[in-house]
Write a new protein. Structure first.
Length: 94
């Protein structure tokens, strides 16, 4: 089991009531609901940040090399994948 620590969270009264109402409906504690919400948010934002970092890396690579695929080439490749054709990644060009 992961080690836990206490964190204070201030909610306005309307949001706190909404959390409590939903917790009762789901037969969960408000604490569980808030922990779950924070965990889901952090997971989503970590994925978003990874996507941002990947995009920056790709942009920097393009800036350094000029290698790319056109939009049409990328669309054609993705259409093949969607159709179940297991094709390799097209070769990039200048």
């Amino acid at each position: 089991m992961a080690k836990t620590s206490t964190t204070s969270l201030k909610l306005d009264s309307k949001l706190k009531s909404r959390v409590q109402r939903l917790a009762r409906a789901r037969r969960r504690s408000a604490h569980w609901m808030m922990c779950e919400a924070v965990a889901q948010y952090v997971n989503r934002e970590e994925q978003r940040e990874q996507l941002r970092q990947d995009a920056l890396t790709a942009w920097n690579h393009y800036q350094a090399t000029g290698l790319h695929l056109s939009g049409r080439e990328a669309d054609e490749w993705l259409a093949q994948l969607e159709a179940g054709v297991d094709t390799g990644v097209p070769e990039c060009h200048e």
